[in-house]
Design a protein around this ligand. Structure first.
Ligand code: SF4
Length: 336
């Protein structure tokens, strides 16, 4: 369970029952408490260098009020992001949040969950009669902070009642117990982010190991949730075929689970991400050599370094065949 070393509160958050309850709980536990004017600009996280501040921020929880009534789009996994939390206590060297959250990598939870869910309801209504899918992990891993926020449980209960809305989120964490007995009615898809043992050992710190994630996935499957696996980022280094074959073999126990799906994301990086990774993880062995990649401009005016086309085709073929052989009924939602 994630235990913050310091918790900041927005003053407005204390006027919500959850904010008030969290304030009392952390005070009773003797956790250091601070206040902030805005959850978007928390100052006072200790540390001299960016690196020091980053590691302290990863142990800092911020309790705020989410004011925006606009939901961001979320392709390719859903129609909209559902912002139940922001940030993550995990420390994966390749994580997209390093650049996405800039200098604010602390973990945020929001006390106005009813308002956030009502915003989701507005978005569902606007798209009727089409169904609308919401992603709960676009800028966070929401599971490690669930013991404090209860936001996933609320969202699962909310979407169980929505004929035209559904929810999905992805996690590397394993604290699934409080969610197993909820009435989900199959409207929430639970996905686990996995990788080869080699990639997990080398680049994923402060996250549960593969065995623990698979054990949590088994419990989620037994609770009847639709289940998916995200394999990301795929890094074709060393004995990658053996490593990823071993991963797919381990998933065979999930064969035949209704609605089983896979999402496949190859490793890519931007110039900015490389710079941040070098600063935060100077010893990192992540493959960040531009000369071994192909460059592709993105829609937001900056480019990404992808694996070259031939290698991408080889990886795609490997995974599509490997999944088809082992899980003939599973869907491959996308390969990028
Ligand atoms: S668990 Fe996911 S969100 Fe958290 S640091 Fe790792 S990649 Fe980022």
């Amino acid at each position: 369970m994630f235990r913050p070393e310091k918790v900041f509160f927005e003053r407005d958050a204390l006027s919500y029952p959850l904010g008030e309850k969290l304030y009392r709980t952390f005070r009773e536990k003797g956790v250091e408490i601070g206040f902030t004017g805005s959850h978007n600009r928390v100052t006072g996280i200790p540390g001299g260098s960016r690196r020091e501040k980053f590691f302290r921020a990863k142990r800092t929880l911020v309790v705020g009020v989410r004011k925006s009534r606009k939901l961001e789009t979320c392709r390719p996994s859903a129609h909209y992001q559902l912002p139940l939390a922001t940030g993550c206590p995990g420390i994966c060297e390749y994580c997209y949040l390093h650049t996405n959250l800039g200098r604010n990598p602390y973990i945020r939870i929001y006390v106005n969950q009813e308002e956030i869910l009502l915003t989701a309801l507005d978005h569902i209504k606007k798209r009727l009669p089409a169904d609308t899918v919401f992603e709960g992990a676009a800028t966070a891993d929401p599971l490690p902070v669930e013991p404090y926020s209860g936001a996933l449980a609320r969202a699962i209960a909310f979407f169980a009642e929505q004929e035209h809305g559904s929810f999905r989120f992805v996690t590397k964490f394993t604290g699934v117990e409080p969610l197993l007995h909820l009435e989900h009615r199959g409207k929430t898809k639970f996905r686990f982010s996995l990788n080869s043992q080699q990639v997990i050992a080398a680049y994923e710190h402060a996250t549960p190991r593969l065995e623990a994630r698979l054990e949590a996935a088994s419990r989620v499957a037994a609770a009847g949730y639709p289940l998916g696996f995200m394999i990301a980022p795929i890094i074709p280094d060393g004995d990658w075929r053996e490593e990823y074959s071993d991963l797919l073999d381990r998933l065979k126990t999930f064969q035949g689970h209704p609605g089983l799906s896979f999402e496949l994301i190859t490793h890519r990086f931007t110039a900015r991400a490389k710079q941040v990774i070098r600063e935060l993880f100077p010893e990192s062995g992540l493959p960040l050599d531009e000369e071994k990649r192909s460059f592709k401009w993105g829609q937001f005016g900056y480019g990404k370094y992808l694996y070259p086309k031939d290698l991408l085709e080889e990886i795609e073929c490997f995974f599509r065949e490997g999944i088809r052989e082992r899980f003939p009924e599973a869907a491959i939602e996308y390969f990028v």
